[in-house]
Design a protein around this ligand. Structure first.
Ligand SMILES: Nc1nc2c(c(=O)[nH]1)N[C@@H](CN(C=O)c1ccc(C(=O)N[C@@H](CCC(=O)O)C(=O)O)cc1)CN2
Length: 317
């Protein structure tokens, strides 16, 4: 891809959209090749599990994991996640999808569903500003095969982390963002992201994303916020925590919506602190929580364990 000479010209562009490949650090997901996931969100009623089990049995698929939840057994929302084994699954997915569309979606009031292969790593792009701890944790875990992802690009509004990212063999693109150039910057980011990724992760990216970007990016975005939401929304949560004298600080991973730090929460955690801890200590202790919370949120999302309902989530972890 050639950089367009504009005021926003990124310092270097050596990026080609990621091809579907084995998760970074793992050879082709061999043991996962015949594993599939069936995800369903529909209006609750009797007979759903029986129908889905029959559907999978009719396709010679063996259910090896099953989780379900209902918000209210009388007219509530029903959520189901099944992991199944089917020999040569890749050859049958389209047929299974067509049968599901034709049979199950007619029987039940379906809000959302999917049948996916567990072997296909998610194509992930990461956006970051200056803090490196969450980004490097993701790159390191991906390289170790601890995340079923292919991190194909890192975008930053600062050049600071270029060398470290490239040391992982991952393309790094620097796109400066100022209040006056945000629209142009987002256009450049969308040029790189749109249609090329299954997930974007904001790993301490300190710019507010516009609704236009959210509508055009074409995939979910997960953000790690450095507080235990809903406390201390926005910038500077550790200073706010210190000023408030809280005894616990934490982190929250959530899907990004237009409203700052208001999106559906995927995972949270806290660590105990005390009056003896200055802001730098809160930041250092909070950073450990940020890394672990973001890792779990990205892992669960990529394993189709997170189902969204309005502004909340059902998490089959
Ligand atoms: N539409 C959304 N965009 C972003 C979200 C979100 O939830 N919805 N999360 C943030 C991350 N974040 C906290 O987790 C955060 C980022 C930035 C700011 C902020 O006030 N930024 C200032 C500029 C700061 C700077 O230039 O350094 C601003 O954009 O005016 C608060 C919270 C990522 N984006």
């Amino acid at each position: 891809m050639t950089a367009t000479p504009s005021t926003l010209a990124p310092t270097t562009v050596d990026f080609a959209p990621p091809r579907a490949a084995g998760a970074q650090g793992k050879s082709g997901g061999g043991e996962l090749t015949d594993l599939g996931r069936l995800i369903l969100h529909c209006a609750d009623q009797p007979g759903i599990v029986a129908a889905i089990s029959r559907f999978l049995a009719d396709h010679d698929a063996n259910i090896i994991e099953s989780d379900q939840s209902t918000s209210d057994p009388e007219g509530g929302h029903f959520f189901l996640r099944m992991v199944f084994h089917k020999r040569d699954l890749q050859a049958y997915i389209e047929q299974m999808e067509a049968t599901f569309e034709a049979s199950i979606t007619d029987q039940f009031d379906v809000t959302d569903w999917s049948i996916t292969s567990a072997s296909a790593p998610k194509r992930v792009a990461v956006m970051v500003s200056k803090y490196d701890h969450c980004l490097l944790d993701l790159l390191w875990r991906a390289r170790r095969g601890e995340l079923p992802v292919q991190i194909g690009l890192v975008i930053s509004n600062h050049a600071d982390l270029a060398a470290e990212v490239r040391s992982f063999g991952v393309p790094f693109v620097h796109i400066p963002v100022t209040r006056d150039t945000k629209a142009e910057a987002e256009a450049k980011q969308l040029e790189l992201l749109r249609g090329n990724f299954d997930l974007v992760v904001l790993a301490r990216y300190m710019q507010i994303i516009t609704n236009d970007f959210l509508e055009k990016v074409g995939c979910p975005i997960i953000n790690i916020h450095h507080s235990f939401l809903p406390a201390f929304i926005g910038a500077g949560p550790y200073q706010k925590a210190k000023d408030r004298g809280v005894k616990l600080v934490g982190a929250t991973a959530h899907y990004v919506t237009e409203d700052l730090d208001e999106g559906p929460i995927i995972e949270q955690d806290v660590v105990r602190v005390s009056h003896r801890d200055d802001v730098a200590t809160l930041e250092r202790r909070g950073a450990d929580v940020e890394r672990s919370v973001l890792h779990r949120a990205v892992l669960w999302h990529c394993e189709d364990r997170v189902l969204r309902q309005d502004n909340t989530t059902v998490v089959f972890a």
